[in-house]
Design a protein around this ligand. Sequence first.
Ligand SMILES: Nc1nc2c(ncn2[C@@H]2O[C@H](COP(=O)(O)OP(=O)(O)O)[C@@H](O)[C@H]2O)c(=O)[nH]1
Ligand SMILES: [Mg+2]
Length: 370
Amino acid sequence: MIFWKKKKSASNDDGTGNIPANIPESLSERSQESPSEDASVLETPPDSQSMAQADAPVPEVASSEAASTKVSWFKRALQKTNDLLRTDIRDLWKSEGELVDEAFLSNLYAILIRTDMGPSMATKIKESIHDQYRARKVHQEDVLRIIRDRVAESLKSKGGTLNLPDTKPAVILVVGVNGSGKTTSIAKIAHRLTRQGKRVLLAAGDTFRAAAVEQLRIWADRIGCDIVMGDQGSDPASVAFKAMQRAVEEGYDVCIVDTAGRLQTQSHLMQQLEKIKRVLQKHVETAPHEVLLVLDATAGQNAISQAKGFSEAAGCTGIVLSKLDGTAKGGVIIPIAEQFGLPVKFIGIGEKLPDLQEFSPDDFAAALFS
Ligand SMILES: Nc1nc2c(ncn2[C@@H]2O[C@H](COP(=O)(O)OP(=O)(O)O)[C@@H](O)[C@H]2O)c(=O)[nH]1
Ligand SMILES: [Mg+2]
């Protein structure tokens, strides 16, 4: 078992000179003296080489915008969806006011479905427009307003913040399928909490792949928080145990536990998750205080719906919807919020540390259909 302390310098070099896939860029040339104060370091995205190896999208957003207002933040997140909607909806109007007939309504329905908002929401919107404007002419702004209102209404009370106790340590367990964005989201959450003045300890519970541990270690180093790691292939529950022991003894505010990707059908891995939870509870009876399910917004509605059983089996308490920047189907958050019955705690819109925001239904609806 290795206890990782923040080092003054570190390198990704694995001896071969290769940068492992899927991890933030090398820290070898960066000063780690006071990383949490150096925004430019914290906001630097992973380098293009590791990104290409990971076959993931390169972030398109400028980090300087990260501090802008929440609505514009959501606009960035939903830019692709917003572009699609605006172009397609605009195309419905051949003249200033368009007659609301069957053809118009079914064209509008088809556009809404393309955002992945799901048939139930799209039907509600279609019916609202039908009821209010049947056989009359409707303007584009009125349609957008109705869409926005219905979406905001259905998402109301579907947002939520982290529900952490005042007692130390608060424990967050992060679960989901492979590649959904667990480790990156952990880094973003740890960064957020660290900036709020909390002492955060990470537990590298994905012991299957050495690169997964290394990925989290580099993030920890960059954020300036501590990490507990096990050897590759070691029992993730033992990593969780050591991390919790340390978190309690050394008075950390928050302990965040990373896990390997798993599916509900992999019963041994589901049992392993149960074991991790039991171990956490040995130290803090009420732990884990949050079990966050990370869902990849680009995975498509079916893949996401399949995670419902997993969410129930794993006792999830909230959702992190990652990679909203990479999809024109940002409407997917609507069926997610409806089907899972869980609050959407955060949405992710990029690979950098500030690219995470608490989910706000009103801001989201405003940004999606502005
Ligand atoms: N564009 C984008 N990429 C993301 C986001 N979150 C994670 N990723 C990328 O998705 C890939 C998988 O993420 P990772 O955190 O390793 O997933 P894990 O296997 O669930 O731990 C990596 O290349 C990340 O950089 C996001 O919000 N936006
Ligand atoms: Mg991971």
